[in-house]
Ligand binder design. Structure first.
Ligand SMILES: C[S@@+](CC[C@H](N)C(=O)[O-])C[C@H]1O[C@@H](n2cnc3c(N)ncnc32)[C@H](O)[C@@H]1O
Length: 387
């Protein structure tokens, strides 16, 4: 996710006016008073997912130019068009099974699903009429909004029925910028000891409190990756990755899993020089900062994804790791640059459309922005089928 470059030059939004969800902040403080300091993972779970006040449970989805951040699918439909190519290739490799389902975790506004369908249509793919779309979201109102949007676009027939929703599928499981939102623990190195950064409350404000790790699984994860945090170095450890991947994998009988997110292999993620302060960030109204305790329930919280842990979790869930690449390489491999040239050569293309596509492409491929996102691919029963 990114903030929109143009918006940063405009007068800043009044962040103080955003405030926080006071009822949610009170509930978190009450839990701390009752149970003692909580893990950051618990704080993040409440701040993002609490049914009554969590950021992701709000009525409106937040990505997009008017929201708190911008994701690749919201940047330009070209992203979905390129993913349509990967999905069609997977369909062919698996022997063109029917039904073939695209299950998208964190479907948000449904923008990516619609762009994939438009991409299949534009390529006159026979999959366009056969693909079924199964959006997965934490907030039921989001699914209703997606159904309305698909209806308005004449795509209602593509959506799986409520009875089919969540059933094991043959197809593609996709998650763009979802893993970074899973609740994470925060750790800090102290001498040769590993400490956990818990959340406490003081005079009404949330504060960090260092303590023994809340579970041996935290040190075990880092040790398995050969990581020892330096003295004073902070880092996040997301233990929710394994259960999330196990759940997603259990929903795939045969096909492909594509996980796209910002993250690094463990050795880079926990680099003691370049990422000494960890990667936890808050996004609010196209601004990014590092204080998770402000604007509780009104700002997004994310941490870079441990790609090594994702690869291992997928294998542990019975999937075959097909490969990991950057988003730039992935999109170039799917022919995004040739697509830009074709659009440029098409006499029907307006200058405005061309420039919008070109600038989006630069952002999607930028090696210091979205281009460095990782794409992790897993398969199940992937090699046994013929294309
Ligand atoms: C950063 S947004 C990305 C939305 C969309 N994938 C995109 O790229 O524009 C993260 C989305 O994931 C959803 N989400 C977060 N955790 C989730 C989970 N465990 N399962 C399903 N969706 C989740 C949120 O509600 C939110 O819509």
């Amino acid at each position: 996710m990114e903030v929109t470059p143009g918006l940063r030059r405009e007068p800043g939004p009044d962040l103080a006016a955003v405030g926080q969800d006071e009822a949610l902040a009170t509930r978190i403080r009450t839990e701390i008073e009752r149970d003692g300091p909580i893990t950051f993972a618990r704080f993040m779970e409440l701040a993002l997912y609490d049914p009554a006040g969590g950021y992701y449970r709000a009525e409106a989805a937040r990505p997009g130019r008017g929201g708190d951040f911008l994701t690749a699918p919201e940047t330009h439909p070209i992203f979905g068009e390129m993913l349509a190519r990967a999905i069609e290739e997977a369909w062919g490799r698996l022997g063109r099974p029917e039904p073939f389902v695209l299950r998208e975790y964190g479907a948000g506004t449904g923008t990516l699903g619609l762009a994939v369908l438009a991409g299949l249509d534009a390529a006159r793919s026979p999959l366009a009429a056969r693909l079924r779309y199964d959006p997965v979201e934490v907030e039921p109102r989001r699914l209703e909004a997606i159904a309305t949007r698909f209806g308005e676009a004449g795509r209602s027939g593509t959506l799986v029925t409520a009875a089919e929703h969540g059933r094991p599928v043959v197809g593609v499981i996709l998650a763009n910028e979802v893993l970074d939102a899973l609740p994470t623990h925060r750790m800090v190195g102290r001498g040769d000891r590993l400490q956990e950064v818990l959340v406490s409350a003081e005079r009404g404000a949330f504060i960090d409190l260092e303590a023994q790790p809340s579970t041996p699984a935290l040190a075990a994860r880092l040790a398995a990756e050969g990581i020892a945090l330096d003295d004073g170095q902070r880092g996040e450890v997301c233990l929710a990755l394994e259960p999330w991947l196990a759940g997603a994998a259990a929903g795939l009988d045969r096909g492909l899993v594509l996980l796209i997110d910002y993250g690094y292999p463990a050795a880079e993620l926990y680099d003691p020089v370049r990422r000494r302060d960890g990667t936890l960030r808050a996004y609010l109204r196209q601004r990014v900062h590092a204080d998770p305790y402000r604007h509780v329930g009104r700002q997004d919280l994310t941490a870079h994804v441990d790609i090594t842990a994702v690869e291992r979790a997928g294998e542990a869930a019975g999937l075959s790791h097909l490969g990991t690449t950057t988003q730039a390489e992935f999109l170039m491999g799917l022919g995004i640059q040739e697509r830009l040239q074709a659009v440029q050569a098409d006499p029907a293309t307006t200058l405005e459309d061309y420039l919008a596509l070109r600038s989006s492409l630069l952002r999607l491929l930028d090696p210091v922005a979205m281009g460095r996102f990782r794409v992790v691919g897993f398969g199940r029963a992937w090699l046994v089928s013929v294309g």
